[in-house]
Design a protein around this ligand. Structure first.
Ligand code: ZEM
Length: 289
């Protein structure tokens, strides 16, 4: 149980922590040749996103403060299937650094993963608390449904406070990782280098012909002719919706523009709903060699 660790975390516990060391220790947890494509990086990014993306700008509920994603019922929401794997991988660091909050740990893991897989530097601040309980869990349905299209995607991300450009930049994280039939029901990676942070989500989306996958699983797309790569129905909205598409075309043509916009939008995502102490330092960690 994490109860001991939690009891020690107050609003300014972060003052006791050397986050550069935490960064290094998270980085050391990324590689594992027996897991997926050899890295926990993609699932760490998904954990950071799902811990944060429950935010509702109108009611000011949800977000990474308190890390309610670790409590039932939120941990059991369909969208969070498989994220127990990421939380378990990080748990030893909560033991090693009992003063770090779960919200800081999960969001920092996303930052480390993006950077160590070759992505941009993400500005990050500590200061999330462990001061929430199971009854603070957000209702199911706050994260996007992969089976739906552009208007649903807009509803979900506008609720968090993002605009179309930021949404298009964030979904570029689908360069990383894969879908698992045992988690979401969908199957396969988006491209051939799922452990490298690139602009390949956009280039693959535009350059391939995407056809319905012939199988008994949920409706999704595969590239023609190889069938090796996939797109979710929601991903396809970024090709068919004219506003999203202008951003997709820009990011496909200009990886630097993608990196710059992703870094801003991802940093914003991780901070949704968090009241940071006024003097919380903003870190820009250097990627390790
Ligand atoms: Zn995802 N995502 N996501 N996403 N995501 C999956 C996997 C990953 C959507 C979605 O339904 C799914 C963002 C936006 C959206 C990552 C990061 C980010 C999976 C597969 C699904 C179904 C889960 C599985 O089976 O393991 C939808 C509909 C989105 C909005 C349109 C945003 C924003 C992200 C981060 C900034 C990542 C890294 C993965 C890969 C996870 C892994 O384990 O490999």
């Amino acid at each position: 149980s994490s109860a001991d660790g939690e009891a020690k975390v107050t609003a300014d516990s972060w003052r006791k922590i050397d986050f550069q060391n935490v960064y290094k220790d998270i980085a050391a947890l990324l590689e594992d040749e027996d897991y997926d494509d050899g890295s926990y990086g993609p699932v760490f990014v998904r954990l950071a996103w799902h811990a944060s993306g429950t935010y509702d700008v109108r009611t000011k509920t949800g977000g990474s403060d308190g890390a309610t994603i670790r409590f039932a019922p939120e941990s059991g929401h369909g969208a969070n299937a498989g994220l127990d794997v990421a939380r378990a991988r990080l748990e030893p660091l909560k033991k090693k650094y009992p003063h770090i909050s779960y919200g800081d740990l999960y969001t920092l893991a996303g930052v480390v993963a993006v950077q160590e897989l070759g992505g941009p530097t993400i500005r990050w601040r500590p200061g999330r608390t462990d001061g929430k309980v199971a009854t603070d869990c957000t209702p199911d349905g706050r994260l996007p449904d992969a089976a739906q299209g552009a208007s649903h995607v807009r509803d979900i991300f506008y609720r968090m406070g993002f605009n179309d450009q930021e949404i298009a930049a964030l979904v570029g994280a689908h360069a990383l990782g894969r879908c698992h039939t045992t988690r979401s029901g969908y199957d396969g990676p988006w491209n051939a280098s799922p452990t490298a942070f690139t602009n390949f989500f956009y280039t693959e989306l535009l350059d391939n012909t995407w056809v319905p996958k012939k199988w008994s699983g949920p409706f999704q797309y595969v590239d023609k002719p190889s069938g090796a790569f996939m797109m979710l129905p929601a991903d396809m909205a970024f090709k068919t919706d004219p506003v999203f598409r202008t951003h997709v075309e820009r990011y496909a043509a200009d990886q630097d523009a993608f990196f710059a916009d992703f870094a801003k939008a991802f940093a914003k995502l991780l901070e949704l709903g968090v009241q940071f102490p006024a003097d919380a330092p903003v870190y820009e960690f250097k990627a390790l060699d």
